[in-house]
Design a protein around this ligand. Structure first.
Ligand SMILES: [Zn+2]
Length: 141
């Protein structure tokens, strides 16, 4: 249940951000997830809806943008893209990727992130309720 831990951290982080902005309700949460994370997006959305119940994120939508792997082989120059197998049961395996051409350890330059990129929320101000898009780059875990 790796996605459970990620989603609960995500919710805590967004709640903290929203409270800091004086939000009354969160409408959208945009998350950028690298393919190397091997996170199951559909399962994450289900866990999200489950854990958001009873919080100000209850009626918000989780929008996940997946990004591909960006690698570079220091020995033979292989890269920058790498085909990532979607079935990644062993999450620690992503920490050391081997070059498919020469077997050296690849430098990972992208595709291993898990970042909140935007949060759309409703904020009550002197003028009444207003919507605000907070642009953040907030890494999770
Ligand atoms: Zn290589």
């Amino acid at each position: 249940m790796h996605e459970f831990a990620v989603v609960s951290t995500l919710l805590e982080t967004v709640l903290g951000l929203a409270e800091g902005q004086g939000a009354t309700e969160v409408l959208e949460v945009h998350l950028r997830v690298g393919k190397l994370r091997a996170l199951p997006v559909e399962e994450m959305k289900q866990v999200y809806n489950l854990l958001a119940k009873g919080t100000m994120l209850e009626s918000s939508t989780l929008i996940v943008e997946e990004t591909g792997a960006v690698v570079h082989c220091p020995r033979c120059g292989y890269g920058p893209s790498l085909e990532v197998k979607s079935q990644g049961a062993d999450h620690s395996a992503i920490l050391q990727l081997l070059c498919p051409r020469c077997g050296s350890v690849l430098d990972i330059q992208g595709g291993d992130e898990c970042v909140i990129t935007r949060v759309r929320m409703r904020i009550s101000s002197a003028e009444g309720l207003e919507e605000k898009m907070a642009v953040t780059l907030h890494p999770i875990i």
